[in-house]
Ligand binder design. Structure first.
Ligand code: ADP
Ligand code: ADP
Ligand code: ZN
Ligand code: ZN
Length: 844
C-alpha cells in the first residue's frame, strides 16, 4: 500500500493508526489516517470499506466507550463485538450515522429526531399568544404524548376508533354457526363463543339478519361477561337437555362480545398480526374534540403568528423558518407593543426564535426544507433520515469526536451535494473527524484523505490499495475508483431506443403532486430525476405502482407494517387514472431495497430458489438415499435435519437485562445449523453447511456441472454479488445487496416480456464499477421486451437511459411538476431543469 502521510503530515493535527485489521475479509491491514479531516473510504461493494470504517474503527471506539462506563457492558462486549484488530491508536470517541440495515427504526417524527419539537413547545409555552385570562401552560402540555397535553377524548391519538354491526358482520345472510360474526377469533376461540351462545339459548342457525335487533346488539356490544357451562359438539337440542339435567359440562366458558374482543385484543396483544386482524373491523374517524390535532383545547388555543402548534407542525420547515425570521430579528409586526408591555417575554420569544431559525437553516441547507415537523420517520427515505441526524449533530456542538457515515449522499440530487459537503465541512471545522464511506465522485473529490479498499470484493478484496490525499490515487493502476475519479472511464455511446408505446396517467394526485399528467414510454429504459423532495417517489413508487397494480388486479406488494398500528396514519391512496398503455403490460415488478427477510432464517440461497436445487442434489447422493433422507432433510427450517438447539438458526438469542438482546453462535452446532447426522452426508466432498458457507464465486466453480444451480449463480455474479456467501443471513445484507438479489431472482426467470420494472435509486451503495454492471442487467431486461423505470440521481445512469423525466422544479410545494421530458440530450438542454447542467457534463 502506498502511504503518502509522511509527506503531508504537517497539514493534519494527528493520526489514527490501525495495526493488523482482520475483520471479515480484511487482510491484516495496517493503516494510518488523519484526524480532524474528511477521510473517505472507497472501493467496490463488498471490498471491505464498511468492515474497516464501521466494523473496525467505529466498533473499537464504541467498545472503548462502553468499557469506560459499564462493567456489565464490558463483559458483554468481550463476548460479542471485539473487532478483529491488533491495535488502534489515537482513536477519538465515535458517533455513527449509519443507514439502517434490515431492521426498521422505531417510530418518531422529524420534530422529535431533530429535537426541534422541544424548542417549538417552549416557544408556545413562553412566547405564544394566549386567549385573555388563560394562564400560561408548561411546554409539556403542547405534546400529545403527555397526560397534560393529550386530548382527553382520543388520548392524544387524533382519531376515534369504533366498531359497528356492519364492520363486524360483513355478510348478514350468514348464520352465527357459519361465522357471521367475522370479528370473533377464528379457530377455537370463535367456536367457544358460538358454543356459549348455544348454551345461552341463541339461535345460531338462523341468518344473522333475521335475529331480533336486541339480540344482535347484545351479542355484538355488551360489556357483560357471563360465565356458562359449555358442551362442545352438542346440538342446540342436546345442549338444552344437558342443561336441564344439570349434566357436568366440559368446561365453563366466558362470553365476550365481539366489540369487547376487538378492543381487548387491540389494546393487549403483542402480536402485530393479531392487531392487524382486529383492526380491519374497526372504523376510525378524526377525533371531533380536537379535529385530529391530538391536543387538549387549552393547548390548541395558544397560537404563534396565528398558528396553533399542530398547524405549525404541519408546515414545511422552510415556511416555519420564514415565519420565524421577523421574530428572530425583532421586526415582527405587533411585537413592539407587546415588547413594551412585557419586555421579558419579548426577549424570550426572540431568543427561542433565533435558536430555531439557526437550526432550521441547517436543515434547509441540507435540502430538507420540504419536510414538516409532524412527518413520521418511517415515511422518510434512509438518506433523508441520515441527513436529519447529521443536521442534529451539526447544532449539538460536540467536538473531538469521529463521525462515521455511510453514504451520506444517498438520495441527493447533484445540486444538493454541495450543501452536504458544507455541512461536513462545518463538523470538521468544529474540531471533529469524519470517516465517510462514499461512492459519489463529487464527495470523493472533496476528501482530505482517501482510503481505497480493494481491489475487488470479498476474498478478492480486503486490502488497502491506497491511503493518502486524493491526487495520489491516480497512480494506482489496480484501483477501480481511480478509473472513474480521473475520468478515464468513458460512457458507452448508443442511440436511444424508440418506445413501443406510451403509458399515460392523468389527474395524478399524491403528496405534492396535484392533478398531474404524466407519460412513460414503453419498451425502453426511463430514468426519473429531480431534487430530493420534488416528487419522484410519489410519482413512480407510489402513484404509478398503485395505479398499475390496481389495473392488473395485482395486490399491492404487502409490506410488513412497522410500528404501532394505532399511530399509523390512514393508508393514503393516489388519485388519478391510466388512460392508455395498459394493454401491453402484463406484470408489474418492484425491485426495492427492502430486506429479503427479517431473520437469519432467510438468505440469498433460499430467496432465489437456488437452495431448492442444491438440496435435491444432496438428497440424490448414495448416502442420503440409503438413509432415506429427502430434500427436506437438508433444510435448516425443517425439524428433521436441523440442529434442534438453535432450531436451525445457527445462533441463539441472548436476552440481556436493560440492553438489546444479542445473537451468539449456537454452542451445539457452532453455527452449522444442522444436526450431526445430516452433516455426514456430502456432495462431492462438501456437506450442506460447507456449501452454505461458500461464496457465490466458489459455488459457481463447484457446481459447474449442474446447469440449474450454475445458471442461478451466474446471474448473481453478473449483478456483482459473487462475493456473498450463499447462506449469509438476510439481516447482514445491505439494502443495495437485497435489491440486487431481487433483481437476480427476476433475471433468472424465463423472460416473457411485457413486464414493467420499477426501481427506486438502485445505485445506492454501489461503486461506479458496480453501477456499470447493474446497467447491463437493466438493458438486458429492456432488450427482452420489458419496460424499466428508475428513480435515479447518478448522472451516468441518467445519461445512459433512453428517456428522462425531470420532476421539480423545487421540493415539496415548490415541486410536483414535470419540468422536462425527453431523451438525455433534450433534457440536458432544458432551461428550467436543475438536472440539465449535471447531465450536460456527461454528454458528448
Ligand atoms: P463494503 O462496505 O466495501 O461493501 P463490507 O465491509 O460490507 O464491504 O464487506 C466486506 C466483506 O465482508 C464481504 O465479503 C462481506 O460479505 C463480508 N461481510 C460483511 N458483513 C459481514 C458479517 N456481518 N459477517 C461476515 N461477513 C461479513
Ligand atoms: P422525491 O422522491 O423526489 O425525493 P417524494 O415523492 O418523496 O420526493 O416527496 C415529495 C413530497 O411529498 C415532499 O414534500 C414530501 O415531504 C412529501 N411526501 C412524500 N412521502 C410522504 C408521506 N408518506 N407522507 C407525507 N408526505 C410525503
Ligand atoms: Zn382528540
Ligand atoms: Zn445449533
Amino acid at each position: 500500500a502506498k502511504d503518502s502521510y509522511t509527506t503531508t503530515a504537517k497539514q493534519f493535527s494527528g493520526f489514527v493508526t490501525v495495526r493488523g485489521a482482520r475483520e471479515h475479509n480484511l487482510k491484516n491491514l495496517d493503516l494510518t489516517i488523519p484526524r480532524d479531516a474528511l477521510v473517505v473510504f472507497t472501493g467496490v461493494s463488498g471490498s471491505g470499506k464498511s468492515s474497516l470504517a464501521f466494523g473496525t474503527l467505529y466498533a473499537e471506539a464504541q467498545r472503548r466507550y462502553l468499557e469506560s462506563v459499564s462493567p456489565y457492558a464490558r463483559r458483554l462486549f468481550h463476548q460479542m463485538a471485539v473487532p478483529e484488530v491488533d491495535s488502534i491508536e489515537g482513536l477519538p470517541p465515535a458517533v455513527a450515522l449509519q443507514q439502517q440495515r434490515g431492521t426498521a427504526t422505531t417510530r418518531s417524527s422529524v420534530g422529535s429526531v431533530t429535537t426541534l419539537s422541544n424548542l417549538v413547545r417552549m416557544l408556545y409555552s413562553r412566547a405564544g399568544d394566549y386567549p385573555p385570562g388563560q394562564p400560561i401552560i408548561y411546554a409539556e402540555a403542547f405534546s400529545p404524548n403527555t397526560a397534560e397535553g393529550a386530548c382527553p377524548a382520543c388520548h392524544g391519538l387524533g382519531r376515534i376508533y369504533e366498531v359497528t354491526e356492519k364492520s363486524m358482520v360483513p355478510d348478514d345472510s350468514l348464520t352465527i354457526r357459519e361465522r357471521a360474526i367475522a370479528a370473533w377469533p377464528t379457530a377455537w376461540g370463535g367456536q367457544n363463543q358460538r358454543d356459549i351462545l348455544v348454551t345461552l339459548g341463541y339461535d345460531v342457525d338462523r341468518p344473522w339478519r333475521e335475529l331480533p335487533q336486541k339480540e344482535r346488539d347484545w351479542i355484538l356490544f355488551t360489556d357483560e361477561q357471563p360465565v356458562v357451562p359449555v358442551y362442545p359438539g352438542y346440538t342446540p337440542e342436546q345442549t338444552r337437555r344437558a342443561l336441564q339435567r344439570k349434566e357436568e359440562p366440559s368446561y365453563m366458558g366466558t362470553f365476550s362480545s365481539a366489540r369487547r374482543h376487538v378492543f381487548h385484543t387491540f389494546a393487549n396483544t403483542n402480536s402485530a398480526q393479531m392487531k392487524k386482524r382486529v383492526m380491519q373491523f374497526m372504523l376510525s374517524t378524526d377525533c371531533p374534540n380536537c379535529q385530529g390535532k391530538r391536543l387538549r383545547p387549552e393547548s390548541l388555543s395558544v397560537t404563534f403568528a396565528g398558528y396553533d402548534i399542530t398547524e405549525l407542525s404541519r408546515l414545511p420547515l422552510k415556511r416555519i423558518a420564514s415565519i420565524l425570521v421577523p421574530y428572530a430579528e425583532g421586526t415582527a409586526t405587533g411585537r413592539t407593543e407587546q415588547a413594551a408591555a412585557h419586555p421579558e417575554q419579548a426577549l424570550v420569544a426572540q431568543r427561542i426564535a433565533q435558536d430555531l431559525v439557526a437550526r432550521l437553516h441547517v436543515l434547509l441547507d441540507l435540502g430538507l426544507g420540504y419536510l414538516s415537523l409532524e412527518r413520521s420517520t418511517p415515511t422518510l427515505s434512509p438518506g433523508e433520515l441520515q441527513r436529519l441526524r447529521l443536521a442534529t449533530q451539526l447544532y449539538s456542538h460536540l467536538f473531538g469526536v469521529v463521525y462515521v457515515l455511510d453514504e451520506p449522499s444517498a438520495g441527493l440530487h447533484p445540486s444538493d451535494t454541495l450543501a452536504l459537503l458544507k455541512a461536513l465541512e462545518g463538523l470538521k471545522k468544529a474540531g471533529n473527524s469524519l470517516f465517510v464511506v462514499e461512492h459519489n465522485l463529487d464527495v470523493i473529490r472533496h476528501a482530505d484523505w482517501l482510503v481505497d479498499v480493494g481491489p475487488n470484493a470479498g476474498e478478492k478484496g480486503g486490502e488497502v490499495l491506497y491511503s493518502g490525499t486524493p491526487e495520489g490515487l491516480q497512480q494506482v493502476a489496480a484501483s477501480h475508483t481511480a478509473h472513474y475519479l480521473f475520468g478515464s472511464a468513458a460512457l458507452p455511446v448508443r442511440a436511444p431506443r424508440h418506445p413501443s408505446g406510451w403509458l399515460r396517467l392523468s389527474g395524478v394526485t399524491r403528496n405534492n403532486l396535484q392533478d398531474l399528467e404524466a407519460e412513460f414510454p414503453l419498451g425502453v429504459f426511463t430514468t426519473v430525476t429531480g431534487i430530493s423532495g420534488s416528487g419522484k417517489s410519489s410519482l413512480v413508487s407510489q402513484a404509478l405502482v398503485e395505479l398499475v397494480s390496481e389495473q392488473l388486479g395485482q395486490a399491492m406488494p404487502t409490506e410488513e407494517e412497522e410500528g404501532e398500528p394505532l399511530e399509523r396514519a390512514e393508508p393514503e391512496k393516489s388519485g388519478g387514472q391510466i388512460t392508455e398503455g395498459m394493454a401491453s403490460i402484463k406484470r408489474l415488478v418492484r425491485v426495492d431495497q427492502k430486506p429479503i427477510g427479517r431473520t437469519p432464517r432467510s438468505n440469498m440461497a433460499t430467496y432465489t430458489g437456488l437452495f431448492d436445487h442444491v438440496r435435491k442434489l444432496f438428497a440424490a447422493t448414495d448416502m442420503a438415499r440409503a438413509r432415506k433422507y429427502d430434500a427436506g432433510r437438508f433444510s435448516f427450517n425443517v425439524a428433521k435435519g436441523r440442529c434442534e438447539n438453535c432450531q436451525g438458526e445457527g445462533f441463539v438469542m441472548v436476552e440481556l437485562l436493560f440492553l438489546p438482546s444479542v445473537y451468539a453462535p449456537c454452542p451445539v452446532c457452532h453455527g452449522a445449523r444442522y444436526n450431526a447426522e445430516t452433516l455426514e452426508v456430502t456432495y462431492r466432498g462438501k456437506n450442506i453447511a460447507e456449501v452454505l458457507a461458500m461464496t457465490v464465486d466458489t459455488a459457481w466453480e463447484f457446481f459447474g456441472e449442474e446447469p440449474p444451480v450454475h445458471r442461478a449463480l451466474t446471474v448473481l455474479r453478473e449483478v456483482g454479488l459473487g462475493y456473498l456467501r450463499l447462506g449469509q443471513p438476510a439481516t447482514e445484507l445491505s439494502g443495495g445487496e437485497a435489491q440486487r438479489i431481487k433483481l437476480a431472482t427476476e433475471l433468472q426467470r424465463a423472460q416473457r416480456g411485457n413486464t414493467l420494472y420499477v426501481l427506486d435509486e438502485p445505485t445506492t451503495g454501489l461503486h461506479p464499477a458496480d453501477v456499470e454492471k447493474l446497467m447491463v442487467q437493466l438493458d438486458n431486461l429492456v432488450e427482452a421486451g420489458n419496460t424499466v423505470i428508475v428513480v435515479e440521481h447518478t448522472m451516468r445512469v441518467v445519461a445512459g437511459s433512453d428517456w428522462v423525466i425531470d420532476v421539480g422544479p423545487g421540493a415539496g410545494e415548490e415541486g410536483g411538476k414535470i419540468v422536462a421530458a425527453g431523451t438525455p440530450e433534450q433534457v440536458a438542454n432544458a432551461a428550467e431543469s436543475k438536472t440539465a447542467p449535471f447531465l450536460k457534463r456527461l454528454l458528448p
